[in-house]
Design a protein around this ligand. Structure first.
Ligand code: ADE
Ligand code: ZN
Length: 324
């Protein structure tokens, strides 16, 4: 499994921060975040809302562009060790200079340099999806979209939204998504993770995204599943995340049913240390639960490359690596 070339489309950069990395950063800055760890040193939370709080406390130790550069290199090195050759990372101007465009440019410069170094040293390519945070509200999302629009290009290639799907409606964020679309960015949003099928419909109709983060609860609505399959809407599925947060168990997870219905499925880890997972673990569990074999995983990697928010020469190079 480790050797299989993998493509990951849904990874939150801060959410991929190893607990030991967060502790080291906290120590260096003299802040106490011990309350977010359990006795074994893992992130400790009970349920999704507490997960989001712990996530924000962990992220609070990242205060300088250099911190994000170090995190980027660490995360990409780890991903490369699990066979990932390309990753799309969600980046949050909220945590990188408080959505100020000038500050964001400095953080982004540091992240990009680290990503280029990791590509040279570990053979993993990265692109960034600027991400607004739903529970911070539509006004902050507009500021985040401005950061995205101002830095859109060959590294920042997408715009998305994470956070608490229970807060507000997808359509409340249409202005931010319109701004990002007009800047040439490609669009995705978290939907159908905590929200039901209507959240996925609103993502498609009101935000006009081309991919959906999670989207798994579309399974509750056969007409929606048909629409996703017909229109080729790609789902960024993170089964281990859904299991860790208690949405499904492995043997009730709908990923195989969605795939069998013709929905384009990709596989990601979301926030790996929070969910005690990595891409090898995801592949192992998918193989054990649904009998997926090497051919299936190569197929998934090709679907992921076709859905990646990268330029065509990069896409071609990635296909060549999968087919090598
Ligand atoms: N931010 C980081 N991980 C997330 C998830 N699984 N859902 C929503 N927002 C997130
Ligand atoms: Zn996510």
């Amino acid at each position: 499994m480790k050797e299989l070339p993998k493509v990951e489309l849904h990874l939150h950069l801060e959410g991929a921060m190893p607990p030991a990395f967060a502790r080291d950063m906290a120590k260096a800055k003299n802040v106490d975040i011990s309350r977010i760890f359990d006795d074994s040193g893992a992130y400790n939370y009970d349920g999704f809302l507490e997960f989001l709080q712990v996530y924000e406390v962990a992220t609070s130790v990242l205060i300088r562009p250099e911190d994000f550069a170090k995190l980027t290199r660490t995360v990409l090195e780890q991903s490369a060790e699990t066979g990932v050759i390309y990753t799309e990372a969600f980046l949050s101007p909220d945590f990188c200079g408080g959505r100020d465009v000038g500050a964001w440019r400095e953080y982004l410069h540091a992240i990009r340099e680290a990503a280029e170094g990791a590509e040279r040293d570990f053979g993993i390519a990265m692109r960034g999806i600027v991400t607004c945070i739903r529970h911070f509200g539509p006004d902050k999302a507009k500021e985040t979209a401005r950061c995205a629009a101002e830095t859109a290009g060959d590294f920042i290639t997408g715009f998305g939204m994470g956070g608490d799907e229970g807060k507000g409606r997808q359509g409340d964020f249409a202005y931010a998504f319109d701004m990002a679309r007009e800047a040439g960015l490609r669009l995705t949003t978290h939907a159908g993770e905590w929200g039901g099928p209507s959240s996925v419909r609103h993502a498609l109709d009101d935000l006009r995204v081309e991919r959906i983060g999670h989207g798994v609860r579309a399974i509750e609505d056969p007409a929606l599943v048909e629409r996703l399959a017909r229109d080729g809407v790609v789902l960024e599925v993170s089964p281990g995340s859904n299991v860790a947060l208690g949405i499904y168990k492995w043997n009730t997870h709908p990923i195989e049913k969605l795939r069998a219905a013709g929905v384009p499925i990709t596989v990601s880890t979301d926030d790996p240390p929070f969910f005690h997972t990595d891409m090898v673990h995801e592949y192992d569990r998918l193989a054990a639960t649904f009998g997926w074999d090497e051919d299936m995983f190569r197929h998934i990697a090709r679907v992921s490359i076709d859905a990646a928010f990268c330029d065509e020469p990069t896409r071609k190079r990635l296909h060549e690596r999968i087919d090598a």
